[in-house]
Design a protein around this ligand. Structure first.
Ligand code: IPE
Ligand code: IPE
Ligand code: MG
Length: 249
């Protein structure tokens, strides 16, 4: 069962994390440092996404989840928000066929109702087109918030169990927006801040956290390898002792 919490059994730590989730931060500062407008950083950031998707395919990562726009990012100046929306549209127009040709499935996760209906249609078409692809699932979190996710899942869970007043984690999990994926093994945040910023609150419970000062537009396949190497050097205990983990009990 894919929605079963990954914290209930001692899982094998695979050489490569199955699921990598990234907060792509630092686009604005990357641009400002070069005396460029913030938008230049976002444009460059899209290129970095392309490189990391390719690197994940080559390394055998099965799920890559990217935080592209948070539910709080609407607070930014209107021009920046509208530019980010335009970039999203252009990226979909340019990349979806290539992703499909490379056996990559695309999912867009978040409260999509706030987006322009045309963008919503493009997203639905892209998801439909790539639905059967198996090599890598790329989830783009857009107008996503971890609290939103938990609340929308809670509402659905309650509606699904009329009259029930006691609930379990197993009843909630299938309603979370990313119930199709295992929980992230490795979480990466670029740009130097060490916070979650309302990303996958539920699903990150036992993920390994990795923070780097590298700004997102500079994040390369080598940067990904450094994060994976850090992950591989850790012992995931899920509440147990190191001895138990070594003996797999
Ligand atoms: C991340 O980079 C991209 C989005 C949040 C859309 P920022 O735009 O947050 O860049 P900084 O943090 O201001 O440098
Ligand atoms: C988090 O970055 C959201 C995305 C990368 C999409 P922010 O730049 O919005 O986060 P804060 O505001 O610094 O916490
Ligand atoms: Mg930021």
């Amino acid at each position: 069962m894919i929605f079963k919490s990954s914290t209930t059994a001692v899982p094998d730590v695979p050489a490569v994390p199955r699921h990598v989730a990234i907060i792509m931060d630092g686009n604005g500062r990357w641009a400002t440092k070069r005396l460029l407008p913030r938008v230049a950083g976002h444009v460059k950031g899209v290129e970095a996404v392309r490189g990391v998707v390719e690197a994940c395919v080559l390394r055998g990562v099965e799920y890559l989840t990217l935080f592209a726009f948070s539910s709080e990012n609407w607070r930014r100046p209107a021009e920046e928000v509208s530019l980010l929306m335009r970039l999203f549209v252009t990226a979909l127009e340019r990349e979806v066929s290539k992703m499909h040709a490379n056996d990559i499935r695309l999912k867009v996760v978040g409260d999509l109702s706030r987006f322009d209906p045309k963008l919503q249609d493009m997203i639905a078409n892209a998801e439909r087109k790539t639905a059967g692809n198996k090599r890598l699932t790329v989830s783009v979190c857009a107008n996503y918030g971890g609290r939103w996710d938990i609340m929308q899942a809670t509402s659905k869970m309650i509606a699904n169990h009329p009259g029930v007043t006691e609930f379990t984690e197993e009843m909630l999990a299938p309603h979370l927006a990313m119930a199709y994926a295992p929980e992230p093994d490795l979480f990466i945040r670029t740009g130097g801040e060490e916070r979650i910023s309302n990303f996958l609150l539920w699903q990150l419970a036992y993920s390994e956290l990795y923070f780097t000062d590298t700004y997102w537009p500079d994040f390369s396949a080598d940067s990904l390898d450094a994060a994976i190497a850090s992950y591989q050097a850790r012992e995931r205990r899920f509440g147990r002792t190191g001895e138990q983990v070594a003996n797999k009990t």
